[in-house]
Ligand binder design. Structure first.
Ligand SMILES: [Zn+2]
Ligand SMILES: [Zn+2]
Length: 348
C-alpha cells in the first residue's frame, strides 16, 4: 500500500539514501544533498505516528511536506506529434464555422487554413484549505493559439491517430503561457469538483454565524431585563452594552477570517501535443467597426474552439463584441449583450 512512510522510503532511496526497515518505521541514512537541501538528520528513524526518538512523517507533518515539495518540483512531461489516421478535411471546419454565432455582431468567413497547432494536456493537483483540507486532481487541455479548453482532446487524440515524440519540444514563454491558461481553468474545475465540500463549509460557517448572533442576543436581552428591574445603573448598563458589542465584533471578525477558502493549484504532469487544426479568420462587424477574430477547428475532437474572453480570460463560446474596440466578451462577463454596455475589458 502507498503510505506516507513508504513514499518517504522510496523517494529517499531513489535519491541515494540507505534505507533499513525497523519495527515501527524505517531507519534512513541520508545522502549529504538531502541533509543540506531539506534539513534532514544524517541518520534517523522515521515513523508515521509522532513518537519520541523518531522523525514524524505522517500526513500534515512538516518533514513530509518538505519531501513532497522536493519530489514534485520537477514536473514530468512529454512532447508528442499526432498523426491522424484520416486526412483532415477543410470542409468540416467550414461547416462548423457556419454554425458559430456572435451575440451582437455579424461576420464573414475570411480564411480557412489547415495547419498544425499545439495543445497542452495538463494534470493539475489542487489543495483547498478552509476548516479542513481537500486535495484532488483535475485534467485540462488548452489550445495554445486560442488559449481556450479543448474538451475530450486526450481521449480523442489517442483514438484518431498515432502519437510520436516531437522533434523540437517547446520551451520558454510559449510553454509558460500554456501552463498559465491550463491552471486558470484547472482552478475553476477544482471548485466544481469540490462543490460538495465548499457547500458544506459554507453551511457550517452560516450555522456558526447564527450561533454567535443568538448568543449575543441572549446577552443583550439579559442586560435589558436586569436594567428594567433596576438592578444595574444606567452607566453600568452602557458599559456592559459596549463590552457586548466589542466582543461580538471580535467574534464576527474571527469567523470571517476563518471563512476564507484558500485554493492552490499546481501542475502535476503535462503532455504537449502538435495536432492538425483549421485556423479560421472571421471578419466581424459591429455597428461601424470591423475586426478579425480567430477561431480554431480541432480535427481530433471535431470541435470548433471559440475565442477566449478578453475580460476574464476564460472560454467565450457565445461571445459579444464591445462597441468601440470590438473586444470579445463572454456571457458571464456580459450576460445581456443588447443595447449599450460598459466593456469589462476596458479602458478603451
Ligand atoms: Zn469573461
Ligand atoms: Zn472593449
Amino acid at each position: 500500500m502507498n503510505t506516507p512512510q513508504s513514499f518517504v522510503e522510496a523517494w529517499c532511496a531513489h535519491q541515494g539514501a540507505v534505507v533499513e526497515p525497523w519495527a515501527e518505521g524505517v531507519e534512513i541514512l541520508q545522502p549529504t544533498e538531502l541533509i543540506t537541501a531539506l534539513g534532514l538528520p544524517e541518520h534517523a528513524r522515521y515513523s508515521e505516528q509522532p513518537a519520541p526518538g523518531s522523525v514524524w512523517v505522517g500526513y500534515g507533518s512538516p518533514v513530509l511536506e518538505r519531501i513532497l515539495q522536493a519530489a514534485t518540483r520537477e514536473v514530468p512531461w512529454a512532447a508528442l506529434v499526432l498523426e491522424p489516421y484520416a486526412a483532415p478535411r477543410e470542409a468540416m471546419a467550414r461547416k462548423a464555422a457556419e454554425r458559430f454565432s456572435l451575440r451582437n455582431a455579424v461576420y464573414t468567413l475570411e480564411e480557412v487554413r489547415v495547419e498544425a497547432a499545439a495543445r497542452l494536456v495538463a494534470s493539475a493537483r489542487y489543495s483547498l484549505l478552509a476548516d479542513d483540507r481537500r486535495d484532488g486532481l483535475v485534467e485540462e487541455t488548452v489550445s495554445l493559439s486560442q488559449r481556450v479548453s479543448v474538451p475530450g482532446f486526450w481521449e480523442a487524440a489517442r483514438a484518431s491517430g498515432s502519437l510520436h515524440p516531437a522533434a523540437a519540444p517547446p520551451a520558454g514563454e510559449e510553454l509558460a503561457e500554456a501552463v498559465r491558461a491550463a491552471l486558470m481553468r484547472g482552478e475553476a474545475l477544482a471548485r466544481i469538483q469540490a462543490r460538495g465540500y465548499l457547500e458544506g463549509f459554507a453551511r457550517r460557517q452560516e450555522r456558526d454565524l447564527r450561533r454567535v448572533e443568538e448568543y449575543f442576543q441572549g446577552l443583550r436581552a439579559e442586560l435589558n431585563k436586569r436594567s428594567l428591574r433596576a438592578k444595574v445603573t444606567p452607566e453600568d448598563r452602557a458599559l456592559k452594552a459596549a463590552a457586548i458589542d466589542r466582543e461580538r465584533a471580535a467574534k464576527l471578525q474571527e469567523l470571517s477570517e476563518r471563512g476564507q477558502v484558500r485554493l492552490a493549484v499546481a501542475l502535476a504532469a503535462a503532455v504537449w501535443v502538435e495536432a492538425p487544426v483549421a485556423g479560421l479568420a472571421l471578419r466581424t462587424r459591429r455597428r461601424k467597426a470591423e475586426r478579425t477574430v480567430r477561431l480554431e477547428y480541432d480535427f481530433a475532437t471535431q470541435h470548433l474552439l471559440g475565442p477566449a474572453c478578453e475580460a476574464c480570460g476564460l472560454d467565450a463560446p457565445l461571445p459579444a463584441l464591445c462597441d468601440e474596440r470590438l473586444h470579445v466578451i463572454c456571457a458571464r462577463c456580459v450576460p445581456r449583450a443588447e443595447g449599450r454596455w460598459e466593456c469589462p475589458a476596458g479602458p478603451h
